[in-house]
Design a protein around this ligand. Structure first.
Ligand code: SAH
Length: 250
């Protein structure tokens, strides 16, 4: 296969990475395919490549992480988007709540989403995660709850909760077919109001804590997502699951 790169990716390769003919680079399609390719030629803003070998990195996790974050100021939101990719989120929903940063309408909103997509691709290349999460445009909080309705585990991180995030949350009574979707929601810097928390609970969300201190939204987003990935992996990975009806005797 001899693909030709143009646009943003070619620009990155020529101007930022200063690629030269003969050099070997790694290509990723964001859906698990990773290929080694040689730079054949560079013509102005286009790069001709020869693919030498191609592999598919299978998705082995028994769960998918669906993360939702109430809109924060641009710089914080951008930081989180990079972290979502690094930490292996599968689907991301920025959302509007009572105290979130106002949504940008029209062109400005579209530009910001484009910037988020670029940041996600950069983070994918930097972290070597061959899967690019699906990043949605900002939606209303109730639409977001609806989008997460199917998740068997739905968590709202809330600083006023005393129940800590723990392994037990991921020990589901029935082993389900296929990967389990885990929904995780983080509030804005101004917090989630009591009435919003009540609405989440009515929609089947469990409120969970990250400890007694009030964390900045970005800190909570990073630590919370990292812990969910870690605990879910430990609890749900097939090696760690006893067959139905068996208990481990010690
Ligand atoms: N404005 C609130 C704090 C909001 S912190 C206040 O000052 O009281 C921003 C978000 O980070 C929260 O909505 C929550 O989702 C998350 N968060 C912060 N600290 C947390 C904690 N200790 N446990 C769980 N979530 C937390």
């Amino acid at each position: 296969m001899n693909p030709v790169l143009d646009g943003e990716e070619a620009f990155h390769l020529i101007r930022v990475l200063r690629a030269r003919s003969g050099q070997t680079i790694l290509l990723m399609d964001g859906r698990g395919t990773v290929a080694e390719a040689r730079v054949q030629s560079i013509l102005r803003d286009r790069v001709a490549l020869t693919v030498m070998n191609r592999t598919h990195v299978p998705e082995t996790r028994p769960f998918r992480i669906v993360v939702a974050q109430a809109l924060l100021k641009d710089a914080y939101m951008e930081d989180l988007i990079r972290r979502w990719v690094e930490l292996g989120a599968d689907e991301c929903f920025p959302f509007v709540s009572e105290r979130s940063v106002p949504i940008l309408e029209g062109d400005r909103g579209r530009k910001r989403k484009q910037r988020w997509d670029t940041l996600a691709r950069e983070a994918m290349k930097q972290s070597g995660n061959p899967y690019l999460p699906t990043l949605h445009e900002p939606i209303d909080m109730y639409q977001m709850m609806d989008a997460l309705r199917h998740c068997p585990v739905k968590l709202l991180f809330w600083e006023n909760e005393s129940r800590m995030l723990s392994r037990e949350i991921f020990s589901l009574p029935d082993r389900m077919e296929g990967p389990i979707d885990i929904g995780v929601v983080f509030g804005p810097e101004g917090g989630i109001s009591e009435s919003e928390v009540a609405a989440f609970q009515q929609h089947g969300f469990q409120t969970v804590s990250l400890g007694p201190r009030i964390l900045r939204a970005v800190t909570a987003g990073i630590v919370g997502l990292g812990l969910v990935g870690f605990l879910a992996e430990e609890t749900l990975s097939s090696d760690n699951v006893s067959p139905p009806g068996c208990s481990v005797q010690t």
